[in-house]
Design a protein around this ligand. Structure first.
Ligand code: ZN
Length: 52
């Protein structure tokens, strides 16, 4: 099974260390609170990059 990767910094997320965030009904995971806060500040930027 592939490791989860942070949507913001692309680092692998350690098991049990993930920061979850529900964005419009989808659960997203980040490796730390700083990345989560960056995503919350500009979700569109990171979602567009992920789907490009
Ligand atoms: Zn990150």
């Amino acid at each position: 099974m592939a490791d989860k990767v942070c949507l913001v910094c692309n680092k692998a997320i350690a098991e049990g260390k993930d920061m979850k965030w529900n964005h419009e009904g989808k659960w997203l995971v980040f490796d730390d609170m700083g990345c989560r806060n960056r995503f919350i500040g500009n979700p569109k930027k990171y979602l567009d990059a992920a789907s490009a």
